[in-house]
Design a binder for this molecule. Structure first.
Ligand code: BEZ
Length: 349
């Protein structure tokens, strides 16, 4: 069995056609058929059901496809990492979620450039989840996100926890209340905007259901008629569908289910709706400079209502400039009096 056979099999399984797979692999159709036949003979297993159109995999073929495509992805990752190890890119490619751009990212980049005047930095706006693949494929060298990821290829450093603040329309009756409690906000429409949900875990679930849209300009409104309520502990239920939406998760930790939710595609749209008086939302404190003419930002009394900031990089290959990047982050924290715990990478250049 060799890589040529495996890649040919994956192409057929993906495209469900010998002619399309032949075009993709650059083989003639008869050669492709011979390669697949040889693979089946070597394994002693029929992988492709040739008697139906479009082509189907046999049950054994589907199992093999599932396992072998994961292995081929790993081979791609290892190949790309090995190439980078031997010749790291001169530029430092940084992935980030939009909320960190409103925070300290520009200051961190400025501090890094001060200590490395010749460094070339490329910034890429990319969701926390997509950063994992982008790291493995060498599209970015480091990613800043707000979600923890369990991935055998990735190491993450928790940089700090940032407090959430509540964003209310300026005309809202609570707009001038300095210290807010989640329970007092439950009677409002809560605007949800996260793209990446928390990993599934056994968690408290409330009666509201949420749904997401992916188009930038549209939004959905959920649970239109449910009344605001704090759920007594006895009504909490551990069921199969946990709350994975981060803001609802925060409310649920206090046994609260917001009156109504509207889901939008990103943070900017959420703040736009707050500015338009459509509801309230919670955002990391660094966002409180956005749309201040229409939005009032207030602190929450709950100290543990926070959003973490993670630095993600590969476990086995740390770009040579990343230690300087981490020093620049800690320098900015020190200048701003932000408390943090110094962390180290498992593999330093
Ligand atoms: C921060 O806000 O802590 C932060 C943002 C971007 C990069 C590093 C740190």
């Amino acid at each position: 069995m060799d890589l040529k056979q495996l890649n040919a099999f994956i192409a057929i399984a993906d495209l469900r056609s010998f002619s399309a797979a032949a075009a993709k692999t650059g083989l003639s159709q008869p050669s492709l058929s011979r390669v697949i036949k040889q693979l089946e003979t070597d394994m002693g297993v029929v992988l492709v059901d040739r008697y139906h159109r479009p082509l189907h995999l046999t049950e054994a073929g589907a199992f093999f496809y599932d396992k072998i495509s994961a292995i081929l992805t790993e081979i791609d990752t290892v190949t790309s990492m090995t190439q980078r190890l031997s010749a790291p890119s001169a530029a430092l490619n940084i992935g980030f979620v939009p909320s960190v751009l409103y925070g300290l990212l520009p200051e961190v980049i400025a501090a890094l450039k001060q200590s490395n005047p010749d460094i070339e930095v490329n910034l890429k706006d990319i969701s926390s989840y997509q950063q994992m693949d982008a790291l493995k494929h060498g599209e970015i060298d480091v990613g800043f996100g707000r979600f923890a990821h369990q991935d055998p290829w990735i190491q993450q450093i928790l940089l700090r926890h940032e407090r959430y603040v509540v964003a209310l329309p300026k005309a809202h009756p609570l707009a001038h209340v300095r210290e807010q409690r989640l329970i007092d906000l439950a009677n409002n429409r809560l605007i949800l905007y996260h793209q990446t949900h928390l990993p599934v875990a056994k968690t408290l679930v409330t009666s509201n259901k949420t749904s997401r849209t992916s188009t930038a300009a549209t939004f959905t409104t959920d649970a239109k008629s449910s009344a605001a309520h704090a759920i007594p502990n006895s009504e909490h239920s551990l069921i199969n569908e946990p709350i994975t939406e981060p803001l609802l998760h925060l409310f649920a930790q206090y046994g609260i289910s917001p009156f109504m939710t509207t889901t939008v595609s990103d943070l900017q749209v959420a703040l736009g709706l707050v500015a338009a008086g459509e509801g309230i939302t919670l955002v990391p404190a660094s966002l409180q400079t956005v749309r201040t003419e229409q939005i009032s930002y207030q602190r929450l009394i709950h100290e543990n209502v926070t959003s973490p900031i993670y630095l993600h990089t590969l476990k086995d290959f740390v770009h040579p400039k990343i230690p300087d990047l981490l020093s620049a982050i800690y320098q900015v924290y020190e200048q701003r009096g932000i408390t943090y715990r110094q962390q180290k990478f498992t593999s330093m250049p």
